[in-house]
Ligand binder design. Structure first.
Ligand code: ZN
Length: 165
């Protein structure tokens, strides 16, 4: 972050009380905090937690989580329910926040959620090429080319899966 988002002036560094050194725009006379996108991705499980839903999309030949950007004005929880309804036609019985991770390529902070479903009747939209319900072990293999998803899935298994069952 080198230039002001509003006026394009080169930023300087200035001390902000209690915050330390923060980029500052001398033209707008204001501190400039980082701007990034926020998105959600979902570990979608059957109610007994034996099956997980993964999708392929955008013509790419690897499995990934259902995911999407959080709209302006929307909560992360609302984005979870909206994306699941839009992409796979599912309404989770309950959701639970898991880990978060910054994704450099798209300047996005990704919030991962657990979404447990009792109705597993998937209805995909145009954004989804195909889908499959995997066992937990199969899913680890299926996600090997989706690094961030695999990270979230392994963290989930470490943090919760044993205790939950
Ligand atoms: Zn400015």
């Amino acid at each position: 972050m080198k230039y002001c988002y509003d006026c394009g002036t080169k930023l300087i560094e200035k001390e902000l009380e209690h915050e330390g050194i923060i980029p500052f725009c001398p033209s707008c006379n204001k501190f400039v905090f980082p701007i990034f996108s926020a998105a959600v991705s979902m570990i979608i499980l059957s109610e007994d937690k034996s099956k997980i839903l993964l999708i392929k999309q955008y013509g790419k030949d690897f499995y990934r989580f259902v995911a999407g950007y959080i709209n302006k004005g929307e909560s992360a929880e609302e984005a979870v329910y909206r994306e699941m309804a839009e992409e796979v036609g599912l309404k989770p019985k309950y959701i639970k926040p898991l880990r978060t991770s910054y994704f450099d390529k798209s300047n996005t902070l990704m919030y991962n959620y657990l979404a447990v479903c009792d109705d597993l009747n998937v209805v995909t939209n145009y954004e989804v090429d195909s889908y499959n319900w995997f066992s937990i072990d199969e899913a680890k293999e299926a996600l090997k080319d989706a690094k961030l998803a695999l990270y979230f899935f392994e963290q989930y298994l470490n943090d919760y899966a044993q205790k939950d069952n």
